[in-house]
Design a protein around this ligand. Sequence first.
Ligand code: 9C2
Ligand code: ZN
Length: 431
Amino acid sequence: MSHTLIQLQCGAQKYDWGKLGATSAVANFAAATDPSFPVEENTPYAELWMGTHPSVPSKELSTQTTLHSLLAADASLVGADVASKFADSGSASLPFLFKVLSIRKVLSIQAHPDKSLAKILHAADPKNYPDDNHKPEMAIALDDFEGFCGFRPAKEIKAFLSAVPEFRKVVGDAAAVAFENGVIDEPATVADETANKKYLQALFEKVMTAPAATITSEAEKLIGRVSAASATAVCVDAVLDDLILRLNEQFPLDIGLFCGVFLLNYVTLTAGQAIFLKAKDPHAYISGDIIECMAASDNVVRAGFTPKFKDVPNLVEMLTYECAPVEEQKMKPAGFARAKGDGVAQLYDPPIPEFAVLRTALENGKTETIEGLEGPTVIVVTEGEGTIKTADGSVCFVAKPGFVFFVGAHTDIVYDSTSGTLVTYAAFCEA
Ligand code: 9C2
Ligand code: ZN
């Protein structure tokens, strides 16, 4: 059995919404490993990709061999159990894709397909749907984060329909009345929930297919009213008034103003808090730096706030249409018995098999051992400084912000913190 620890070099995606130049953790992290990485002042650096996805494959730093090739050459790195469980995706691919995101502007209003829809979309349109895999995802905040996540409870949507005439106009009065009269605020049975989903889908479709001229004129009126400072909030809550003005600066008069602010939960997270989005849950991240982990896929069905490809019919058709208070989407991290030593280890373990993420914080001078996990691990250092080594001491690297490591299955690793608090995030998969 080999015990493997490899330092990786990882590439970045320069999507328009990324933070600019050296203000982006993504740019700084990419440059930490690769001093020739150009950090340009006005370039957005949105996502650091850590894994084997073919769009931006990570490489071993010292040899420049792709991680994918290393895994293909040595099956023990992924481990037999994980390899057989995810045999579909090929034993040289990681089941997960790990990222850091630095968000300056709102991402597209989006959802990701489940497995069966991913296969259909990929077969029909491989350019826009590059993978045949689902993409449940988890976001862990590195600092203050805000985003849209899941549909609001029906009561809140009703409150906007009556308080915000511009939103009602976009929906259309007949659809608004149908929703108000039909939706059951506290669904008690599966039948109630099924009926509610139909009403919500109808409402969402009305918004998403409203004529462009209606969106523009109603958004203009709404932004005009919000801009004219008044004592009472136009969008029910002053926080949302402020939000809609900020979003309108980023995407003036965009349909996302209506489907984001009035239909989706607005969530804020502080460092260490996390949300999980199962396939087909609508969302759009708004600002902050996050760690993101997802099943290995880049399939995104988008509808608003984006210069990228939009696919409204598929989005309307596919969503879960589950309504829930945002607190229900937040994750509860737990302790992790196989992390031993002086550190604080927190496990974020979503209800899917492809990944979990372990956060470890270790004060200066302290040591922590992570007992060999049964599958592959990718680690990113976000704060502090120290070392990471195999437990037998045969491989040892400096650990500092932006450094990324791959750990083969069944390899015990040891962190030593030598400056500040060494913080690492480790994405891993066990069968
Ligand atoms: O890369 C998103 C990024 O597709 N976040 O958003 O660029 O498509 O608007 P845009 C994806 C990211 O991993 C994600 O899914 N929620
Ligand atoms: Zn997403």
